[in-house]
Write a protein that binds this ligand. Structure first.
Ligand code: AMP
Ligand code: MG
Length: 409
């Protein structure tokens, strides 16, 4: 007996239905040098100032600004050099009236000094330094905490660790950091017409191309993804593959067999497994054929065999759901308004998505899309970072028309 589940849902509903069933990944400690692109699993409050002490941004001299109050070309002021402080050393003396300490870039400002002047504008020998103009108190001093202030909330849970954030964590003394575990995905390709990429093509066969596109996209988004391989159009075999994968993976992607044709076995195999089907079919083009299910607490996302349809649901449904599971606070896209680069000659009865690339012409954002679009056309997705949306009931569009688009950040 077929169980009841929502059918022909909106994209947003599909994402919501799935998000209610899945959970955010557990956390693990990750070495800082391995943490680029990982999602931070805790808030970071700075326990120290960065830099930890007032320091000199130049090679020069530290002294009391008031000593130079009367300095000029005609009446230079000469101070006695009492110490030299290279970076990494703490000053031994404090600076008194009429005294200067030679200081190098990155060295701590000595007590008593309230200004630094660069070598270049002075004259000096081993013992003395001469100045030709006054300087304001506080000049050329980098203050402790000017980069990160002790006590400030530096990073929030759910942000992606990028280059500078890793540098800041290192400055604060973290050698490892708590991150959400990477989602382990697997890609099962169903279809009796498929052959592995390194096999010759017999009549009627095509290569398993979608698996590599999906694996690459998931890895780019920070997930792990293995390719399980090809399973023929047989509900038993498909069920067996999904069941095996449910032991080792968090999310199981499949392609193919998710429509209503005689050889579309995916839903049947999910029913054989007694998996909980969450929804079937989404009101979008490409990408109508799509099924989501839970099997043994693992998420199964059944994408269309058509490469473009698979890409559309992967980006717009998979992208949102995986982003949530990975612990990210934000969606993987921002919605922006863009102009079309090409005419779109068909009218759109239902909601339609057009893949492309963001480009800027004369300061305006454009969706640079291929003229050729279709369910089976993967080429239109190359370099994709922007997906335009054409609402249902829209007549053909002209180049230059403004549409909403999902910009993948
Ligand atoms: P299906 O979703 O099984 O009805 O397949 C729709 C179309 O996508 C058919 O033309 C299939 O041959 C093709 N197709 C299915 N799986 C793949 C795949 N892994 N790579 C490329 N094309 C595929
Ligand atoms: Mg098929």
């Amino acid at each position: 007996m077929m169980k009841e589940y929502p059918m022909r849902v909106e994209l947003e509903e599909a994402v919501q239905i799935i998000k209610e069933k899945v959970t955010v990944m557990n956390t693990e400690r990750v070495a800082l040098s391995e943490a680029r692109g990982r999602i931070l699993a805790r808030q970071i409050v700075a326990q120290e100032n960065v830099p930890p002490f007032d320091r000199s941004p130049y090679d020069g001299f530290a002294f009391r600004a008031e000593d130079l109050a009367q300095a000029s070309k005609e009446h230079p002021v000469t101070l006695r050099i009492i110490e030299e402080v290279p970076a990494g050393k703490a000053p031994e003396h404090s600076v008194g009236r009429g005294e200067a300490i030679k200081i190098l870039t990155g060295a701590p400002i000595p007590k008593g000094a309230d200004a630094v002047e660069r070598y270049e504008v002075t004259e000096f020998n081993e013992k003395e330094v001469t100045f030709f103009e006054p300087i304001k108190s506080g000049s050329n001093i980098c203050l402790a905490g000017e980069d990160v202030r002790q006590g400030e909330i530096l990073m929030e849970t759910g942000i992606k660790l990028d280059n500078a954030r890793l540098g800041l964590l290192a400055a604060l003394g973290y050698s490892e950091i708590s991150c959400y575990r990477r989602i382990r995905c697997v890609m099962i390709s169903t279809g009796s017409e498929l052959v592995p990429v390194d096999h010759p093509l017999a009549p009627g066969k095509i290569r398993n191309s979608s698996a590599y596109m999906i694996q690459a996209a998931l890895r780019e988004w920070g997930m792990e993804c293995d390719i399980y391989g090809i399973v023929s159009d047989n509900s038993n075999h498909i069920a067996g593959a999904i069941d095996v994968c449910s032991q080792n993976y968090d999310v199981i992607f499949t392609t193919g067999g998710v429509s209503v044709g005689d050889y579309d076995f995916l839903n049947q195999s999910l029913e054989e497994l007694d998996a909980e089907i969450l929804l079937w079919k989404v009101k979008m083009k490409p990408g109508m054929a799509f099924v989501a299910a839970m099997h043994k607490q693992k998420l199964v996302l059944g994408l269309s065999g058509n490469p473009s349809a698979a890409a559309a649901t992967l980006y717009l449904i998979g992208g949102a759901v995986l982003s949530y599971m990975s612990g990210k606070q934000e969606l993987p896209w921002e919605k922006i308004k863009v102009r079309m680069s090409h005419d779109f000659p068909k009218s759109s009865k239902g909601r339609r998505f057009i893949p492309g690339k963001l480009c800027v012409i004369n300061g305006e954002a454009y969706l640079d899309s291929s003229a050729v679009q279709g369910n089976g056309i993967l080429s239109s997705w190359h370099s994709c970072n922007l997906i335009g949306e054409i609402p249902g009931g829209t007549p053909p569009l002209k180049a230059g028309n403004v549409i909403e688009a999902y910009y993948f950040v």
